[in-house]
Design a protein. Sequence first.
Length: 226
Amino acid sequence: MPTTTPVHDIELIIENVGGGGTGKPPAGGDDGNSGGGENKKSPKPTPPNARRYYTGMALGIVSILMFFMALASAFLVRRGTSSDWTPVHLPPILWLNTVVLLASSASMEFAHRRLAHTDVSGFRKLWIITTGLGVCFLAGQLVAWKELANQGVFIASNPASSFFYVFTAAHAVHLFGGIGALFFVSVRKFERARISLSAASEIVSYYWHFMDALWVFLLALLYLGK
């Protein structure tokens, strides 16, 4: 019967421990990573989180709200302590303008519903309608100012007229910025953008609805503060 020598047994043990003496690293590379060595692909960069845009819009809305609240406080104080306060007769077109602005919010919500159903074409059509209604509102504000001017009511006529022009002009400037955002969303190609179409339209809608609510507040303040 053949026998094995102790030296031969020791050689076998050394070969098993050292991987057969081939000197080749284990599969997967010799850099200690478990991702497949040089064939491992680097991960794709993560797109920026849209949360930054939501945060920026929230900060913008808060700052605008604080600005108009300061104006409203000054309006109430000036009205209560003024002896030369002459109420402004609000032009009737302001009520039509209010309906137009509220209709723009409604069309915007319908546009979001179209987008939720992946109807991008329907979304863009309703979005353009919203933009057009916003432009109509601004045109209506110009008509209201012209009517007051024809009545001889100007910004320096009295404190009441001053606040009327300041309120409506400041709101119109901020709404004009919203119209620019609406137009940007309607023409922007979002395939390679850092933000999706749905996120961009949602962020703009927050601002637009805020401007609608702000206008209703200002109109009520001007009407009740006559």
